[in-house]
Design a binder for this molecule. Structure first.
Ligand SMILES: [Zn+2]
Length: 213
């Protein structure tokens, strides 16, 4: 049985997800913890649930999704794992920091890259990688077809979609990612977005004002 829990971090109210199963092995997705207080909140949560982090994964590398990367590496010995096309954004993250007037962050070199169709193991379970560009190059989603959920970063939100006005954003590509990769999963899939509350594929297919079927 897989559980998906959420912590909300930094000025952008970014959702950091912890995904774990009955073995307590846990994936940390988009650690957005920005300061010592938020870092402690992450550690306290992991300690309280007795989780064992085994992976540090990224949906994409906008600045609000990555500030915790060096902390997770130092605390748990896990290097970042992302799509190859995310690397330039990740390595130049502090250009984004300066653009948004934020403190600079430390960057840890990724360990390996993931691509469409890859399976990321934890405990007795795995997440499948879906390549979903349009919000930013290198964006991936993480799906589990047994437990019927998908972690979608900034591709799809409840009644909304990701911005397409930032570098490498493109509405037509984003629309294809949503229709071809997410809506095809099935109406009963739970959707965990990078900001805001969870939703379902069925709700978005019917009600999303930007990409409807
Ligand atoms: Zn983003």
């Amino acid at each position: 049985m897989i559980k998906v829990d959420k912590l909300i971090f930094n000025a952008f109210q970014e959702n950091t997800y912890l995904v774990y199963d009955e073995t307590s092995e846990c994936l940390i997705i988009d650690p957005g913890c920005q300061d010592a207080y938020e870092q402690q909140e992450l550690v306290d949560f992991i300690d309280e649930k007795k989780l064992k982090p085994v992976g540090q994964l990224y949906t994409h590398c906008h600045i609000d999704h990555i500030p915790g990367n060096a902390f997770v590496f130092k605390k748990y010995g896990l290097r970042p794992v992302m799509h190859k096309l995310s690397l330039p954004f990740f390595m130049r993250a502090n250009e984004q920091s300066r653009m948004f007037g934020l403190d600079e962050i430390e960057i840890i070199e990724p360990e390996k890259f993931i691509a469409e169709g890859d399976k990321i193991k934890f405990g007795n379970s795995f997440l499948e990688v879906l390549y979903t560009p349009g919000h930013i190059d290198g964006h991936v989603c993480f799906a589990n077809k047994n437990s019927k959920f998908v972690i979608v970063g900034d591709v799809l939100f409840r009644d909304s979609i990701g911005r397409t006005d930032l570098p490498t954003g493109d509405f037509d590509i984003l629309e294809s990612s949503i229709k071809d990769k997410l809506y095809t999963l099935g109406a009963d899939f739970t959707v965990y977005p990078g900001h805001g509350v969870k939703t379902t594929i069925g709700h978005e297919m019917k009600n999303n004002p930007f990409v409807r079927i």
